[in-house]
Design a protein around this ligand. Structure first.
Ligand SMILES: Nc1nc2c(c(=O)[nH]1)N[C@H]1C(S)=C(S)[C@@H](COP(=O)(O)OP(=O)(O)OC[C@H]3O[C@@H](n4cnc5c(=O)[nH]c(N)nc54)[C@H](O)[C@@H]3O)O[C@H]1N2
Ligand SMILES: Nc1nc2c(c(=O)[nH]1)N[C@H]1C(S)=C(S)[C@@H](COP(=O)(O)OP(=O)(O)OC[C@H]3O[C@@H](n4cnc5c(=O)[nH]c(N)nc54)[C@H](O)[C@@H]3O)O[C@H]1N2
Ligand SMILES: [Mo]
Length: 758
C-alpha cells in the first residue's frame, strides 16, 4: 500500500490498542521503544498496574508476577474497577475515570518535594525536567487536592507515594486503561516522566512498561502498519521516506501519512474511499461508533475481507472473502511486549483454499504488476525485513543486523531473540542501559502532561461513565473463543456491571434485562450489581457480536472521540444512562443448530454455545402475536415427534421435538413464570436416548427427582461447582491439589492458577 500504490491509507488495529503508548514513546525516547523486559517483572520490588487487568488479560505473565509477589513483591493497581488483579493487590486505587494524569503528576510532585528524584540521572540523560516542574506548579499538587480529584482516600494515595518513593526497583505497567483515552498520550507521558525523573529505566527491575495486547501487536508497529509511520521505525520525513523507497525500489512510496482508523471509516462513509481491504480484524464490532462503521461498509462499493472464519460481523459486508490461515496453521514470527521475536510454527496443513495472508498479499501485488513480491517463502520475507532494519542504520535501535543472512534452516530453527540483534546474533534484553536514547542529542525528553477531563463529560441526561474491556475467557469479537462452549460458561451472556446504588436509583434489579443508552446507541444486557464497580460507573465487556447477541454490542454505544495526537479512541468512557427493559415475555430455544434472531422482530436475542446444542435466550415486549410469530420461525423445518404443552392463561408454552429417540429441539416461552434449568436441558441433548421420564419432565419443565444445585461454577472446563469443592474440603482435602484430585480437577499449579484460571 505504502510503497507501490503509494498511499498511507493503511492502519493496523494497533490504532485501537497501542497508538497512545507509541506516541508517548516517540516523544520521550525518540522512537517507539519499550525499554524493559519480562525479567524486570521478576526483579522488581514494586509493580504498578495502570489500567491493566493482567490477571485476566495477560494470565501467563501474571503468574510470574504472582510468584514474585509470593517472594515479597508489592502490587499497586490503578483501575476504577476492583478487578481480579486489584482484588489480590497490596493496594488498589479505584480512581475516578480518566484521572490518571492527575495521579501521576501528583506522584511526581510529591517525589520532587521529598527529594526522591535522581538529579544526577536527569542532569546526565534527560531534557525537559524544568518545563515539567513548571507545568506541575500550575495547579495544586498537594496530596489532599490530588486525592480529592482522583476520588481516592488520602491515606491510600500516600501509601502509593511511599511505596513508589521507597522502591527504586519499580516497574509501571500500563495498558488499555491508559491508552484508550482522549488523553492517552498524556497518560503515558505522565508515567514515563515519573520513571525518567527517578532514573528508573534501563536498569534491572526498573522501567515503565507498555504492555502490548495482541501477541504480535509490536510486530505490526515495527513493520510500519500504522498510517503515520513507515517500516522499521522510519517516518515520513523526506530523508527517511527516501531511504525506505530506495530500499524497496519503490519510487512511488507515499510521502505523507494516511488516514487513521477512525478517520478512514469516515472517509469510506462519505465516499472518499471506495475500496477497502480488511484483514485480520473485525471492525464492524471493534471500532467505536460501530453502527456508523457498518453504514460505511454497507455503502462502500468494494469490500474485501481476509479472515480465517467464514462468518463474522465484518465478512457479512464483504464482496470478496479471502480465506486466511489461522493460528496453528500459519508460519512466521511474532514480536511480543519485550521486543522478543519468536517463531510461530504451523501445526496443521492449510485447510481448503485457505492461504497465508502474506501469500495473498504478494499474489495481489504481482497481479497488479508490482515488482518485489516474488518471495519464495516466509523466510525470504523475514530476511528482507531484517535487511530493511539494518539498511543505512546509524541510529535506529530497531536493528536486526544479526538476522539479515538467515538461511532457510536458520529461520526454521530461530530461537526467540530480543531486538536489537547485533551482528553477532546476540539479542538485547534492556534498552537505554547506558542512558542514551534515540533522540538527536541522545537524551530522553520529559514532556509536560496536563490533565483534562474526558472528551464528553457526563450530564444530567447521561450521568454515568460507561467503561468497556475484556473478560477472562473471551478474545475480542469471539470469532474463535465463541466456538468453545467451555469458554462461554464464564460469562454466557453480555452484561453491564453497575454499583447497587446506581441500580436502585434507576429501578434495576440484579439479573434484569437493562437498557444502556448513550447519544450513539442502545444495548440491552443483563444487569450485574456489584460493589467492585465505583458509583457512577458502568462496565460492559467488548466481546459480543451479531453472531451471538445483536443487542449486546458495546461499540454501537461508543463515541468516536480520539486522542488528538495518537488517534486512539476513548473506549473507556462514554456518558450513559440505564433503564429497565421490562420485557413482557421471554423464551428459551435449544437446538442442534445455531440460529440468528428472527428477522423483523424486536427481540433481545442471545446465543450461548453448549457442548451438544446451542442455547438461545430471548425476550420481547410484544403480545401473543409476537410470540406466535417467533414460534413459527423457530419451529420451521424441525422434524420429529412433537410433545407440546400450552397454558393460554399464563402464557406458558413448552414444546419438545424428538427425532430417532433423541432430543432435537426444545422451545419454552412464558409471560409470567420461570424458565427451566438450562444445565439440565443442555445435558438432555448429550443423552444418547431420551427416556419416557425425561420426556414427561420436559413438559413439567422440571428435572425428575430432587433438583441438583451445584452452586456457582468454579471450574468452567470440568463444570465443578462450589458445592463439590465444599464437600471435598469437609471430606478432608487439605490443599488445592487434594481438592483438585477429589473433584477431578487435577493438580493446581500455584496460587495464580487458582485465581486466574479458576
Ligand atoms: N482474555 C483476554 N485477554 C486479552 C484480550 C482479550 O480479548 N481477552 N485481548 C488482548 C489485547 S489486544 C489487549 S489490548 C489487552 C488489554 O488488556 P487490559 O488493558 O488489561 O484490558 P481491558 O479490560 O481492556 O482494560 C484494563 C482495565 O482498564 C481499566 N480502566 C478503565 N478506565 C480507566 C481509567 O480511566 N484509568 C485507569 N487507570 N484504568 C481504567 C478498566 O476498568 C479495565 O479493568 O488484553 C489482551 N489479552
Ligand atoms: N469497546 C471496546 N472496543 C475495543 C476495545 C476495548 O477495550 N473496548 N479494545 C480495542 C483493542 S485493544 C483491540 S486490539 C481491538 C480488537 O479488535 P479486532 O482486531 O477487530 O478483534 P478480533 O476479534 O481479534 O478480530 C480479529 C479477526 O481476525 C480473524 N483472524 C484471526 N487470525 C487471523 C489470521 O491469521 N488472518 C486473518 N486474515 N484473519 C485472522 C478473526 O477471526 C477475527 O475476525 O478491539 C478494540 N476495540
Ligand atoms: Mo488490543
Amino acid at each position: 500500500m505504502k510503497g507501490f500504490i503509494g498511499s498511507g491509507n493503511i492502519d493496523t488495529n494497533s490504532r485501537l490498542c497501542m497508538a497512545s503508548a507509541v506516541a508517548a514513546h516517540k516523544q520521550a525516547f525518540g522512537a517507539d521503544l519499550v525499554p524493559g523486559c519480562y525479567e524486570d517483572l521478576d526483579l522488581a520490588d514494586l509493580v504498578v498496574f495502570s489500567g491493566h487487568n493482567a490477571a485476566w488479560t495477560h494470565p501467563v505473565l501474571f503468574r510470574r508476577m504472582e510468584d514474585a509477589k509470593a517472594r515479597g513483591q508489592k502490587h499497586v493497581v490503578i483501575d476504577p474497577r476492583r478487578t481480579d488483579t486489584a482484588q489480590g493487590a497490596d493496594l488498589h486505587l479505584a480512581i475516578a475515570p480518566q484521572s490518571d494524569v492527575r495521579l501521576w503528576n501528583g506522584l511526581l510532585a510529591d517525589l520532587i518535594g521529598r527529594g526522591a528524584i535522581d538529579r544526577d540521572y536527569i542532569a546526565a540523560h534527560v531534557n525537559g525536567f524544568d518545563a515539567v516542574e513548571a507545568a506541575l506548579a500550575e495547579s495544586d499538587q498537594s496530596p489532599a487536592a490530588v486525592a480529592a480529584d482522583c476520588g481516592v482516600p488520602l491515606a491510600d494515595l500516600l501509601t502509593f507515594f511511599d511505596l513508589f518513593a521507597g522502591n527504586p526497583k519499580t516497574v509501571s505497567l500500563f495498558s488499555m486503561g491508559a491508552n484508550q483515552s482522549a488523553q492517552g498520550v498524556a497518560k503515558g507521558l505522565s508515567i514515563l516522566n515519573a520513571h525518567l525523573a527517578t532514573g528508573r529505566i534501563g536498569k534491572p527491575g526498573a522501567c515503565p512498561f507498555s504492555i502490548t495486547g495482541q501477541p504480535n501487536a509490536m510486530g505490526g508497529r515495527e513493520t510500519g502498519g500504522m498510517a503515520n509511520t513507515l517500516a522499521g521505525h522510519m517516518d515520513f520525513d523526506p530523508a527517511e521516506r527516501d531511504r525506505v523507497a530506495r530500499f524497496w525500489g519503490a519510487p512511488d512510496t507515499a510521502r505523507k501519512p494516511g488516514l487513521k482508523a477512525v478517520d478512514m471509516f469516515e472517509a469510506v462513509h462519505d465516499g472518499r474511499i471506495k475500496a477497502i481491504w480488511v484483514m485480520a480484524t473485525n471492525p464492524a464490532v471493534s471500532m467505536p461508533d460501530a453502527g456508523r462503521v457498518r453504514e460505511a461498509l454497507a455503502k462502500c462499493p468494494f469490500v474485501v475481507v481476509s479472515d480465517c472464519i467464514a462468518d463474522t460481523d465484518t465478512t457479512s459486508f464483504a464482496h470478496v472473502k479471502l480465506p486466511a490461515l489461522a493460528w496453528g496453521e500459519k508460519d512466521g514470527t511474532v514480536t511480543n511486549s519485550e521486543r522478543r521475536i519468536s517463531r510461530q510454527r504451523a501445526l496443521f496443513a492449510a485447510p481448503g483454499q485457505a492461504r497465508a495472508d502474506w501469500r495473498i498479499i504478494a499474489d495481489v501485488a504481482r497481479a497488479m504488476g508490482f515488482d518485489g513480491f516474488g518471495w519464495a517463502s516466509q523466510a525470504s520475507v523475514f530476511r528482507e525485513w531484517a535487511r530493511l532494519t539494518a539498511y543505512e542504520n546509524d541510529e535506529r535501535l530497531l536493528n536486526l543486523a544479526g538476522l539479515t543472512g538467515l538461511g532457510s534452516d536458520g529461520y526454521a530453527e530461530l530461537r526467540p531473540v530480543q531486538w536489537p540483534v547485533g551482528p553477532d546474533g546476540q539479542g538485547t534484553p534492556r534498552l537505554f542501559v547506558d542512558g542514551r536514547f534515540q533522540t538527536p542529542d541522545g537524551r530522553a525528553r520529559m514532556v509536560p502532561a496536563r490533565p483534562k477531563g474526558p472528551a464528553d463529560a457526563v450530564s444530567d441526561a447521561y450521568p454515568l461513565s460507561l467503561n468497556t474491556g475484556r473478560l477472562r475467557d473471551q478474545w475480542h469479537t469471539m470469532t474463535r473463543t465463541g466456538l468453545a462452549a467451555d469458554l462461554c460458561r464464564h460469562a454466557p451472556e453480555p452484561f453491564v456491571e453497575m454499583h447497587p446504588a446506581d441500580a436502585q436509583a434507576a429501578g434495576i434489579n440484579d439479573g434484569a434485562l437493562t437498557r444502556v443508552l448513550t447519544v450513539r446507541g442502545e444495548a440491552v444486557v443483563l444487569a450485574r450489581l456489584t460493589d467492585r464497580q465505583r458509583p457512577g460507573g458502568l462496565f460492559m465487556p467488548m466481546h459480543w457480536t451479531d453472531a451471538f447477541a445483536p443487542s449486546g454490542r458495546s461499540n454501537a454505544l461508543i463515541a468516536p472521540n480520539i486522542d488528538p495526537t495518537s488517534g486512539q479512541p476513548e473506549f473507556k468512557h462514554t456518558p450513559a444512562r440505564v433503564r429497565p427493559y421490562r420485557e413482557t415475555w421471554k423464551g428459551l430455544f435449544l437446538s442442534r443448530d445455531s440460529h440468528r434472531a428472527p428477522a423483523g422482530q424486536d427481540l433481545i436475542w442471545r446465543r450461548i454455545p453448549q457442548d451438544a446444542c446451542q442455547q438461545h435466550e430471548f425476550a420481547g415486549r410484544g403480545d401473543a402475536a409476537q410470540r406466535d410469530a417467533v414460534r413459527k420461525v423457530l419451529s420451521k423445518g424441525l422434524i420429529g415427534d412433537l410433545v407440546a404443552y400450552e397454558d393460554a392463561g399464563s402464557g406458558a408454552r413448552r414444546e419438545a421435538w424428538v427425532r430417532d429417540g433423541k432430543l432435537a429441539a426444545v422451545l419454552f416461552m412464558t409471560t409470567s413464570g420461570q424458565l427451566p434449568a438450562r444445565d439440565w436441558l443442555a445435558q438432555l441433548f448429550a443423552a444418547p436416548m431420551l427416556d419416557v421420564q425425561a420426556r414427561a419432565a420436559l413438559l413439567f419443565a422440571r428435572p425428575p427427582g430432587a433438583p441438583v444445585d451445584k452452586g456457582p461454577t468454579v471450574c468452567a472446563c470440568l463444570k465443578v461447582g462450589a458445592k463439590a469443592i465444599a464437600v471435598a474440603i469437609s471430606a478432608g482435602a487439605v490443599d488445592a491439589d487434594a481438592v483438585g484430585a477429589a473433584t477431578g480437577r487435577g493438580p493446581i499449579a500455584g496460587p495464580a492458577a487458582r485465581r486466574s484460571s479458576g
